[in-house]
Ligand binder design. Structure first.
Ligand code: ZN
Length: 653
């Protein structure tokens, strides 16, 4: 851990106190071993002249749930300092009152809600206050001799405060314990089981005190915890079906589809093989505010995943019953992460960003827990304290930001031929509606958040099987298959048919779809409201001369879809077909093909493009919208359907 302060960068932020606060907050946010995803908070106290020309002392405090790594001045809530310090002196204050009073004391009503630790920041009599949940500090304090170790590391430089629930109670405790102290003797406060504060009148000094204090804890761990005999990491072959079954069990318990992300890196793997895993994993999170993301403990995956998740859920209910004071509604009982012996860890979330957040927190948690083990034993906060944090309304409010979730959120889709035309449009539309997408193509595009590009020749069964496994590894399962890959062979009359043209069309436009359906079936059986959409063609109901190689393959594909609908209905898997026609923004419609087909019908290209009853152009986006609808709940009671998307065609009607 080293200071990232850079004189040139700092000067770009200008000299005013709030800009420097933005700069050092981002420096803290940049290091995930200090703060993770919305963790930690920072503040600065400064004078502001209001509209009436009066000077007011204002605490700029990070907005609740905001992320230090990307914070801007707008991410800080400006609150009148005198109101906050008066609040610290109150004997009691409910959370609702605290939030209301803090909002009323803000000088900008559009700013976010102040962090739940705003009063504590106000109590500390320095201009800059920095607060993190540094891994090294919490790993040291979360041990049986934690307080002694902290004192051994820091001596009298820091004030040590036993764990108190964050918010008003903590601010009040710090206020009481610091009323008569000489603040100049201290560089920081360690909150046992929670994190660390540093402070100074100078932005750089406050930040660098944080770095310096955390570094001391890191050095202590390095000196005392390196000799841990690492568990032999026996890795079993990736069991993709078991992961899909685990994800389904977790999703059912949650009542909504979850993305599951496997981590089988060396740390996760050796953790999963720990001898005393239940004793370590079964205690609690690194710092209490992780609980809203990770729940108190993970599920440990046994031989029967459904049973593992059911047991977890009943233990969660018992935990709720043990601690609920009554009048609280139990949250869902689904785990947010799993330890899977011999395979690693799995993070669950309603979306890929959510599962990534959980995955990051888990990675830090298991590393810190093993440090603690080496320092005398991992010891999380008592269950009761963690329960209070999990059910604290101010923590839950952080999760409730944002509106309703998109219709396909948490679903996993596989799209073939996804790098161009209808496939590309379908992949983008599914992603926009909240699904995680595996985009298969022989020339794949770029992967991005929520979209995994996989190179796959759809005529090769082994490549398809590998792509299915990659999809499950990344997202946890497969719910939606859009079987789209196709080719438009050159027009040849039957008498002139080239055997290679014929064979290639049959292979890509027909057989490859059968390979895909077969490979996807075991995962679809474990999918959430599973659904297949086949991209057919108008040529099925209305073939044209010269395109036998294409039409015959597509007609065969149509029968394949109908048989699949019959065979799979009992498994709850829906299979529907779209029959697009004259979608000209796709790869197969080159200018040459367009000209030939238009000439064949004696039309101009523009006439040919709108040669349908409605006289409209049909785009790949139009087709993608129907594919999403067929895959989603709108068509949840429909299987075996064939939907034309062709602007209306007399021969089809
Ligand atoms: Zn904190």
């Amino acid at each position: 851990m080293n200071s990232l302060w850079n004189v040139a960068q700092a000067s770009e932020f200008g000299g005013d106190p709030v800009s420097l606060r933005v700069y050092t907050s981002r420096l803290l946010g940049r290091d995930p071993s200090l703060v993770l995803h919305g963790g930690g908070n920072t503040s600065v106290k400064t004078s502001v002249v209001n509209l009436f020309g009066e000077s007011e002392e204002i605490l700029y405090i990070k907005g609740s749930g905001g992320d230090l790594a990307t914070i801007t001045e707008k991410g800080f809530a400006p609150v009148r300092l005198d109101v906050l310090t008066k609040m610290a002196r109150l004997k009691q204050l409910t959370d609702t009152e605290m939030v209301r009073m803090q909002r009323a004391a803000m000088i900008d009503s559009y700013a976010p809600n102040p962090s739940v630790e705003a009063i504590l920041h106000a109590v500390i009599p320095f201009r800059y206050v920095d607060h993190t949940h540094a891994d090294a500090v919490v790993a040291t304090s979360n041990t049986p001799a934690g307080e002694d170790l902290i004192r051994e590391i820091y001596g009298p430089r820091v004030l040590v405060i036993p764990y108190v629930m964050p918010g008003f109670l903590l601010a009040r405790a710090v206020y009481e314990q610091t009323r008569n102290i000489d603040w100049s003797l201290y560089e920081g406060i360690v909150l046992l089981g929670h994190g660390i504060f540093t402070f100074a009148d100078d932005a750089r000094e406050s930040y660098e005190r944080m770095i310096c204090l955390v570094k001391l804890a890191e050095e202590y761990i390095e000196a005392h915890a390196i000799s841990t005999a690492s568990t032999p990491s026996s890795q079993q072959p990736f069991d993709s079906k078991k992961l899909a079954a685990l994800r389904l069990a977790v999703s059912k318990t949650k009542g909504a589809p979850m993305i599951a992300r496997l981590d089988d890196g060396p740390d996760a793997l050796s953790y999963s093989n720990l001898q005393n895993l239940p004793a370590i994993a079964g205690q609690g999170p690194l710092t209490p505010d992780h609980i809203i993301r990770t729940k108190r403990v993970p599920v440990i995956v046994g031989g029967d995943v459904t049973l593992s998740v059911e047991t977890y859920a009943s233990e969660y209910k018992a935990y709720f019953d043990r601690h609920s004071p009554g009048g609280l509604e139990m949250l869902d009982a689904a785990p947010r992460w799993a330890v899977w012996p011999g395979q690693g860890t799995v993070a669950f979330g309603r979306s890929t960003p959510d599962s990534n957040i959980v995955s990051d927190i888990v990675r830090h948690t298991l590393r810190a827990q093993q440090w603690s083990q080496a320092l005398g034993g991992w010891k999380a906060l008592p269950e009761k304290d963690l329960f209070e944090m999990e059910y604290w309304e101010l923590e839950q409010a952080k999760l409730k930001k944002g509106g309703a979730s998109p219709v396909l959120q948490g679903r996993v889709a596989v799209v073939t031929g996804a790098a161009s035309g209808i496939g590309k449009a379908a992949a983008q539309a599914l992603l926009a509606q909240g699904a995680a997408v595996a985009a298969l193509d022989i020339n794949p595009g770029e992967s991005r958040d929520g979209m995994l590009a996989i190179q796959c020749d759809m005529t090769k069964r082994d490549q398809i099987a590998y792509a299915m496994k990659q999809t499950v590894r990344a997202f946890g399962g497969i719910d939606i298959v859009v079987s789209n890959a196709g080719t438009f062979p050159p027009s040849l009359a039957i008498g002139q048919m080239d055997p290679d043209v014929w064979q290639k069309s049959i292979e890509i436009n027909l057989s490859s779809h059968e390979y895909l359906l077969q490979a996807a079936l075991p995962y679809l059986e474990l999918g959430w409201e599973p659904s297949v959409v086949i991209v057919g063609s108008k040529n099925v109901p209305a073939p044209g001369p010269g395109v036998s190689a294409y039409s015959v393959a597509k007609a065969g594909l149509n029968q394949l879809a109908r048989v699949a609908a019959l065979e799979w209905a009992g498994k709850g898997i829906r299979v529907n077909t779209v029959h697009p026609n004259a979608v000209f923004d796709t790869g197969i419609w080159t200018q040459e093909v367009l000209e030939k087909r238009a000439a064949h019908y004696g039309l101009t290209i523009q006439e040919y493009k709108t040669n349908n009853l409605l006289r409209v152009e049909v785009t790949s986006h139009d087709v993608a919208s129907v594919i999403c609808a067929l895959a989603g709940p709108l068509f949840g009671r429909t299987t075996g359907a064939q939907i034309p998307i062709d602007g209306g065609n007399e021969r089809v009607i």
